[in-house]
Design a protein around this ligand. Structure first.
Ligand code: ADP
Ligand code: MG
Length: 703
C-alpha cells in the first residue's frame, strides 16, 4: 500500500530521473501526483469512423498509418503529410515545421487522433486535419486496450519528457495501490450537506471517469469528482484562513479605543467636506471594530477616487486622540510624500502633526522621525516599507493602515503588525478585486466597500487613438493646458530599470517641451533621484508644471484634481486594471476628463478588444473581472507579490458558487471547534492542511 505522503519514487516506474522531472512540476508526493488532473477527456469508448467526420467538429478516431510523405513547401517549410485510415475511409493530417514527427508514424501503426477536420484545400471533397493531437498505441503494451482506448480517457499536460500517455499509465498503476478508503479531510457532515463524493471515489473518477459519464460535463469541469476536489481544495484553504482569524480573535488587543464626544469633536474639526453615505457607513463599520475587544482586520475596497484617504485619516485620528499611535504604510515614496502633505494640511488644527519616514530621507531627518515615534511624541506616521525596518520602534502603535495593499507582500504586512501590540489593521485597496479572488487572498479579513463616488464627479471620457491622430491630440492637449488645466503623458516601462524605454520617455519629454512652449513640462520616473522626483511632483501639485511625462510611478494614489487629460502611450502594453488605476488619476475634480489610449499600429484584434473594455466602462469591478478572465489570477495580482496561494483544482473564475459554499462551510466548521487548539491538530482537515498548504501559506503559527 502506498501512503499519500510517500515520495513519488515509491511508485514503480518512477526512477530518479522521472522523479526529478516531476518535482520540477511541483510534484513531490503521491498526493501531489494524484492531484495532477487531466486538462481534457476523450471518449474513446466509441471512436468516430472516418466516414462520419464533419468539417469543424472535433472527434476522436482510431486509425492506422497508411502512407506518409515529408517534403518542403515552396516557402521552404518542412511539411509532414500522413494518410490514416480505418474500415470506413481515409483522411490526411499535416504538420508544418515538425519533421521529427516523421519517426512517430510507422506504416501500419495504430494511432488515436483527436482534432477537428477541415476540407483539404487541394481536394475540397476530402477532409484533412491540421496538426491533430495524436497518441500511438503500442502493440507491446498489454494494457493498452484497457487504459488508452475503450473508455473515456484522461488527457494530461505533459510534464518534461513524460507524455500524456505515460502519465495516464502512471495514474493507472497508482490508483489500485492506494488504501481502499482514504481519510477524508472534509468533515462528514459537510460532505453530506454538500453532496460530495468520498475522496477515494473522486480521485479514481477524476482520472478514469466511469463508463457512461457525460464527456461534455467532464470537459467543462462540471462532473461530481472534480467538484468534490475543487471544494476540498478551497475548503482547506478557507479553514486555514478561518483558523488564523480565530486565533487572532482569542487574543485581546493591546490598546483600548473609545469613541468619546471629545474624539468626535476632533474628527469634525478636520473634515474638509461632507462625507458620502458610503464613507459614513464604512467609518461606522470600522469604529465598531476599533471599540471592540478583538483586533480589527478589515479590508477597505474602494474604486480609485472613492475617497479612501479621508477614511484613513479619520481612523488614525481616533487612535491619536485616544493617546495611541497610528501608522499609514504605502507602497511608493511618491505616495508617501503626497499623503504626508495632505495629512499635514488636514491635521493642522490638531496637536498631532504627522511624521514621514521613507528610505530616501536624509539620515538626520530619518533619525528625528524615528525618535519621535519611539518616544511617542509623534502619534501619526506615514511612510513606505521603511516603517517596518528593524530599527523603527513605536511607543504604542495601536492602528496600522496599509494603502494600496495589493502591492505589499503578506510578510511585510505581518512585520508591521508585529511592531504594535496586536494593533488594529485596516488594509485599503483601489484595485477592485473580484469577489472570488478576494476570498482567496483576503479570506480572513472582514470587508468594507466604498461603493459610491463623492458627488459632483463628471465621468471621464475614454478614446482610442492611433498615431495618425497625434497632431489632433496635441492640439487638444494644448487647448486644455491653455484653459489652465494639467495633463499627464504616461509611458510604459516594463521594468523601471529598462534603459531603452527610459530613453524613449526622456526623449518624448524633450520633444513635448519643444512642442508645448509656454508650458512647463516635467518628467518623473523611478530612476530619478528621489529629491529630483519629488521636486517635480511638487511643481505638478502646485500647478507650475502643467504637463507631466511619467512612467507608472504615478499609478497608485496620486491626486491632482486639476489634471483633466491623460495620454497613455502604447496603451496595449498595460494590464486593464493598471489602465484603470492610471485613468483614475484624472477626472478627480468637478471637471471630468479625457483619457486617450494610444494604440500601436497593427494592434491585434484581441488587444484592441481589451482596450475597448476601457472605453465601455468606468466601473473598476467590471474591468477587474474582465482582466481576471483575460489574464488569470496569477498575473492579475502578481502572484509572488500578493501572496496569493496557487490553487491547483479550483477555477476561481468559473466556480464562484462553489467557492462561496466552501468558504461558508469552512468558517462555520472552525467556529464550531472546541476552544483548545491542542485538539485541533489531530483533526483530518488540519493534517491535510499541513501536508498541502503549510508551505504555500506559511501557516506555521497556526498551531
Ligand atoms: P482614493 O480612494 O482613490 O484614495 P482619494 O482619497 O484620493 O481617493 O480621494 C479622491 C479625491 O476625492 C480627493 O481629492 C479627495 O479630497 C476627494 N474626496 C474624497 N471624499 C470626498 C467627499 N466626501 N466629498 C468631496 N470630495 C471628496
Ligand atoms: Mg488612494
Amino acid at each position: 500500500m502506498l501512503r499519500l505522503d510517500n515520495p513519488v519514487q515509491y511508485l514503480p516506474g518512477v526512477g530518479p530521473r522521472r522523479a526529478l522531472e516531476l518535482s520540477g512540476a511541483g510534484i513531490a508526493t503521491i498526493e501531489d501526483l494524484l492531484l495532477y488532473l487531466p486538462f481534457r477527456y476523450e471518449d474513446r469508448s466509441r471512436f468516430m469512423p472516418v466516414a462520419g467526420l464533419r468539417p469543424g467538429i472535433a472527434a476522436t478516431l482510431q486509425v492506422r498509418v497508411l502512407a506518409k510523405s515529408l517534403h518542403r513547401t515552396r516557402s521552404g517549410r518542412p511539411l509532414l503529410r500522413v494518410r490514416f485510415g480505418d474500415d470506413s475511409g481515409t483522411l490526411d493530417a499535416i504538420w508544418f515545421n515538425q519533421p521529427y514527427l516523421d519517426a512517430s508514424f510507422q506504416i501500419g501503426a495504430a494511432v488515436v487522433l483527436y482534432g477537428a477536420p477541415k476540407p483539404d484545400p487541394l481536394a475540397p471533397k476530402r477532409l484533412q486535419m491540421d496538426a491533430p493531437q495524436f497518441e500511438k498505441l503500442s502493440p507491446r503494451d498489454p494494457q493498452a486496450g484497457s487504459i488508452h482506448v475503450g473508455r473515456i480517457v484522461p488527457i494530461y499536460q505533459r510534464i518534461g519528457s513524460l507524455s500524456s500517455n505515460q502519465i495516464r499509465s502512471l495514474m493507472h498503476r497508482l490508483l489500485p495501490q492506494l488504501p481502499a478508503a482514504l481519510e477524508d479531510p472534509i468533515p462528514s457532515a459537510v460532505r453530506r450537506r454538500q453532496r460530495l463524493l468520498a475522496r477515494s471515489e473522486a480521485l479514481g473518477a477524476v482520472h478514469f471517469p466511469p463508463a457512461g459519464s457525460d464527456v461534455a460535463a467532464l470537459n467543462l469541469g462540471r462532473d461530481p469528482a472534480r467538484r468534490r476536489l475543487a471544494f476540498e481544495e478551497f475548503f482547506l484553504l478557507q479553514v486555514a484562513l478561518a483558523l488564523k482569524r480565530r486565533g487572532r480573535r482569542t487574543e485581546p488587543k493591546g490598546a483600548e479605543l473609545r469613541m468619546t464626544p471629545k474624539v468626535r469633536a476632533r474628527l469634525r474639526q478636520v473634515l474638509p467636506f461632507r462625507l458620502t453615505e458610503a464613507q459614513k457607513r464604512v467609518l461606522r463599520e470600522i469604529k465598531d471594530d476599533l471599540v471592540g475587544a478583538q483586533p480589527m482586520n478589515r479590508l477597505l475596497q474602494g474604486d480609485v477616487g472613492s475617497g479612501k484617504t479621508i477614511v484613513a485619516l479619520l481612523v488614525m485620528l481616533i487612535a491619536a486622540e485616544n493617546g495611541y499611535q497610528a501608522a499609514l504604510m504605502v507602497p511608493t515614496e511618491l505616495l508617501a510624500e503626497q499623503h504626508f502633505r495632505n495629512l499635514r494640511r488636514l491635521l493642522e488644527p490638531t496637536p498631532y502633526p504627522p511624521v514621514l519616514l521613507t528610505g530616501s530621507m536624509r539620515k538626520a531627518e530619518r533619525e528625528r522621525a524615528r525618535q519621535a515615534l519611539a518616544s511617542g511624541a509623534a502619534r501619526i506616521a506615514v511612510g513606505t516599507h521603511a516603517l517596518i525596518q528593524q530599527a523603527v520602534a513605536f511607543k504604542h502603535l495601536a492602528l496600522v493602515v496599509v494603502d494600496e495593499q495589493h502591492r505589499f507582500g503578506v510578510v511585510q504586512r505581518a512585520d508591521l503588525v508585529r511592531k504594535g501590540l496586536r494593533p488594529d489593521v485596516l488594509v485599503m485597496t483601489a484595485t477592485p478585486i473580484p469577489r472570488s479572488l478576494a476570498m482567496t487572498v483576503y479570506g480572513d479579513l472582514d470587508v468594507s466597500l466604498l461603493d459610491q463616488m463623492p458627488a459632483g464627479r463628471r465621468p471621464v471620457r475614454t478614446v482610442l487613438k492611433s498615431e495618425r491622430s497625434r497632431e489632433e491630440i496635441y492640439r487638444f492637449v494644448a487647448r486644455e493646458l491653455g484653459r489652465g488645466r494639467q495633463a499627464y503623458v504616461v509611458y510604459p516601462l516594463v521594468e523601471e530599470s529598462d534603459r531603452v524605454e527610459l530613453k524613449a520617455a526622456t526623449k518624448m519629454a524633450e520633444e513635448l517641451a519643444r512642442r508645448f512652449r509656454g508650458f512647463k513640462v516635467g518628467l518623473v520616473h523611478g530612476q530619478l533621484k528621489p529629491e529630483q522626483r519629488s521636486a517635480t511632483m511638487l511643481e505638478f501639485f502646485a500647478g507650475s508644471v502643467q504637463l507631466l511625462v511619467c512612467t507608472t510611478v504615478i499609478e497608485v494614489g496620486v491626486d491632482v484634481s486639476n489634471a483633466t487629460v491623460m495620454v497613455i502611450e502604447h496603451a496595449a502594453r498595460f494590464g486593464l486594471s493598471q489602465l484603470h488605476q492610471l485613468r483614475g488619476r484624472i477626472g478627480r475634480g468637478a471637471e471630468g476628463g479625457t483619457c486617450i489610449l494610444m494604440m500601436e499600429p497593427k494592434l491585434g484584434r484581441e488587444a484592441r478588444a481589451r482596450l475597448e473594455v476601457m472605453r465601455e466602462t468606468l466601473d473598476g469591478f467590471r474591468i477587474a473581472e474582465r482582466d481576471l478572465e483575460l489574464r488569470g489570477p496569477g498575473d492579475f495580482l502578481g502572484t509572488r507579490q500578493s501572496g496569493l496561494p496557487e490553487l491547483k483544482v479550483v477555477d476561481v473564475i468559473h466556480q464562484r458558487d462553489l467557492l462561496e459554499q466552501a468558504k461558508r462551510e469552512a468558517f462555520a466548521w472552525v467556529d464550531s471547534l472546541p476552544p483548545e487548539p491542542a485538539v485541533w491538530k489531530t483533526l483530518p482537515p488540519m493534517q491535510a492542511i499541513r501536508r498541502r498548504w503549510a508551505e504555500r501559506l506559511r501557516l506555521a503559527e497556526m498551531g
